[in-house]
Design a protein around this ligand. Structure first.
Ligand code: HEM
Length: 230
């Protein structure tokens, strides 16, 4: 498909010292819960990992309990629905891919667990995608159930514009503009895709510091050992 220009968007997790903005990620979780979860799953992200974003165990339980998961078979050999627990992962809103396609005009809403890693330039792309809906050009001949998106390869996407001004009411009072919600849900989904990013970067900084000190030490030892051999 034809590529599209993806504008650069600024995130706090960029760079070697970058960290996740926890407040943005929490708002992003709210956007995910109230908007994206009606079509997308996040099946590799367990609710218990939300503790990492600053939630207390009771809050994690309450966040999980908003979802229903399929469990079983029980003693009668039947599958059943129950409230999700901290140990469950964000479920799919559909029983299977065929049902998901049937509800979305034939298109499959992908699982979002690693979406920011699965697309080139993932975070910038996701922000651009969510803010990229436009009126189709007159010569576009858009088929029914397709929307015009400047970021999506080929520009025709089966996902209806998910965000509109004020579609969520942020608990922390932040104004819910489309760009703000796109930013926040991207931070949340990037944390979901790479929850150990901060530890990985800290590790890298530690290694570089160690190597610097070690190099200095080797040099000092070399000078001492070879001092008398001029
Ligand atoms: C595709 C994100 C809400 C239906 C996608 C893709 C992403 C995404 C990243 C993949 C685009 C690609 O392939 O490069 C989100 C986010 C949402 C959201 C972050 C919430 C803010 C929704 C909702 C629906 C939906 C509410 C259903 C009404 C779809 C469908 C596709 C899709 C059908 C496949 C599109 C195609 O292949 O043409 N979404 N989505 N999404 N989404 Fe969403």
């Amino acid at each position: 498909a034809e590529g599209a220009a993806i504008p650069d968007h600024e995130f706090s997790f960029e760079g070697i010292f970058g960290t996740f903005d926890r407040a943005a990620a929490q708002r992003g979780l709210q956007v995910y819960n109230q908007v994206c979860a009606s079509c997308h799953s996040l099946k590799y992200v367990a609710f218990r990992t939300l503790g990492d974003l600053g939630y207390e165990p009771e809050q994690v339980e309450a966040l999980a309990a908003q979802y229903q998961v399929t469990d079983g078979p029980n003693d009668q050999g039947e599958m059943y629905q129950r409230e999700a627990k901290a140990s469950d992962a964000f479920p799919s809103p559909f029983p299977n891919d065929a049902a998901a396609r049937a509800a979305n005009g034939g298109a499959l809403p992908p699982d979002l667990s690693v979406i920011t890693q699965a697309r080139p330039n993932g975070p910038d792309y996701l922000h651009a995608l969510l803010t990229g809906y436009e009126e189709a050009p007159a010569d576009a001949d858009l088929p029914p159930g397709q929307y015009w998106n400047t970021a999506f390869p080929g520009h025709q996407i089966a996902m209806p514009p998910p965000l509109s001004e004020g579609i969520v009411e942020y608990q922390d009072g932040t104004e819910a503009t489309v760009s703000q919600m796109a930013h926040d849900v991207t931070v949340f989904l990037h944390w979901a895709a790479e929850p150990h990013m901060e530890a990985r970067k800290r590790g890298g900084i530690g290694v570089v510091l160690f190597l610097l000190i070690f190099t200095g030490m080797l040099y000092a030892v070399k000078r001492k050992v070879w001092r008398d051999l001029h």
